[in-house]
Design a protein around this ligand. Structure first.
Ligand code: MN
Ligand code: MN
Length: 182
């Protein structure tokens, strides 16, 4: 009973990098949904004020802005998205229990204990999250698909970035808004 109560009280703190961009912000929200569907409790956070693009997207998609935190609770597990380097992480990273990392940047990360870590050379963290949903057979809601597409379009600089891959293009196609036939 105590253990179940502890699990109930626990939530995973999901956070993107400093100077949050669209992928850091929306991927934190998407990862929190992913973890929730996996049976955890998870809350997305951002590390600072959002840029105009991300604010516009949140408003257009009708999504609440995550709470800003520069430090996280060391008692609770952490999921880092869209970054893994300590310099991009919350200020008290050295005392945090990082249990998940999902990212598409170069690795500069060390850990005292085993963790779930997923890094792929594709154009956005959201692209990796898309694959994680599919691999787990989880439902990708219309809202989540819109957020994934926004992250891909933002990080690929509308496909101008050399980091965009055919896999990102295929994922973006699946996530595209489908309008009803007239
Ligand atoms: Mn980013
Ligand atoms: Mn990114």
């Amino acid at each position: 009973i105590l253990l179940r109560l502890k699990n109930f009280m626990t939530h995973i703190q999901v956070i993107g990098h400093k100077n949050p961009d669209t992928d850091a912000t929306l991927s934190a929200i998407i990862m929190a949904d992913y973890l929730t569907q996996k049976g955890y409790s998870a809350i997305p956070y951002i590390q600072g004020d959002l840029n105009k693009e991300t604010l516009y997207l949140l408003e257009t998609l009708g999504i609440k802005e995550p709470e800003i935190k520069s430090e996280l609770n060391p008692e609770l597990p952490v999921a880092l998205v869209d970054h893994n380097e300590a310099s991009q992480a919350p200020d008290n990273i050295s005392e945090l229990q990082v249990e998940w990392v999902v990212d598409h940047h170069k690795i500069n990360f060390s850990s005292q204990s085993p963790l779930h870590i997923r890094i792929e050379p594709i154009c956005s963290t959201a692209s990796i999250l898309f694959k994680m949903y599919r691999e787990s057979g989880l439902n990708i809601s219309k809202e989540i698909a819109q957020m994934m597409l926004a992250c891909i379009m933002s990080d690929s600089l509308l496909w101008k970035s050399p980091t965009s891959t055919d896999e990102d293009r295929a994922i973006a196609f699946v996530c595209r808004p489908v309008t009803a036939a007239p």
